[in-house]
Design a binder for this molecule. Structure first.
Ligand SMILES: [Zn+2]
Ligand SMILES: [Zn+2]
Length: 256
């Protein structure tokens, strides 16, 4: 029986996956409890998460409790438009999702990246379809050496693989290290990242006129993605959308 190269590759990939599933049965991406389907949450963890779905602010993706109609924008975006065009996220950042996200970010549980990326690809399908290039929020090289991986770059790479969109990992550079945004007030976060990002000089040409999708793991106040978006627009991008795995949802959307 003759088989095309791509069919053979698919068969080998499936065989490898089946063998691995037998040796290492798939586990819940949050608690590692064995489950039947890989890349998923178990029956106990799944209902604990708060998934962000419409209705939400047309711009920043802040979820609303009731549907106010298409194109409805939250009070924060009305007061001051963010630099990016749209932001979307998969999950609310809360007590249920925090350990899963911190485990990914700080404990080298990088094997979760493909699962998180597949969920992000669904939540951000419109943004992905609309973009020309994907790029991650960069880490400063000193922090990259310490952590050994950029959690946003892993997500960006996996999303690019799933969607066949080009990814440029070094599109934006962090000019200087910053202290962690965690624990800072919204104003301090803005100050902390002001003027920190710039488009990498060798990347200016491919960026010219492009619509960019910026990837990060968590959107908190939006200060970091706003600063990145500013640098991308200055560098020649025509539009920047933001896709994150999770986002903070405060009772009054005072951020961004
Ligand atoms: Zn679980
Ligand atoms: Zn908004």
């Amino acid at each position: 029986m003759l088989m095309s190269l791509s069919a053979t590759t698919r068969l080998l990939t499936q065989l490898k996956k089946t063998t691995l599933d037998v040796i290492f049965p798939p586990g819940c991406v949050r608690c590692a409890e064995p489950i039947d389907t890989p890349d998923n949450l178990c029956a106990r963890c799944w209902p604990e998460m708060t998934y962000i779905s419409a209705p939400f602010c047309d711009i920043c993706g802040f979820p609303f409790e009731y549907d106010a109609g298409d194109g409805f924008v939250c009070a924060t975006c009305l007061r001051q438009l963010p630099v990016f065009a749209r932001a979307r996220a998969v999950l609310k950042y809360d007590d249920a999702s925090r350990d899963m996200i911190l485990g990914y970010k700080h404990s080298d549980q990088t094997n979760r990246a493909p699962t998180f990326a597949s969920w992000m690809s669904r939540a951000g399908a419109d943004l992905i379809n609309d973009c020309d290039v994907i790029c991650p929020v960069p880490l400063h090289h000193k922090r990259l050496i310490k952590r050994r991986f950029n959690q946003s770059a892993l997500l960006a790479g996996e999303i690019a693989k799933l969607t066949d969109k080009p990814v440029i990992h070094d599109l934006i550079t962090r000019k200087r290290p910053t202290i962690s945004q965690g624990g800072l007030s919204a104003k301090a976060r803005l100050r902390n990242v002001r003027g920190v990002f710039e488009v990498t000089q060798t990347r200016e040409d491919p960026l010219n006129g492009a619509k960019v999708l910026l990837i990060d793991d968590v959107l908190t106040t939006g200060a970091t993605v706003n600063a990145c978006s500013m640098s991308l627009l200055k560098g020649g991008a025509t539009k920047v959308d933001v896709l994150t795995f999770s986002r903070v949802v405060r009772a009054s959307n005072t951020a961004i």
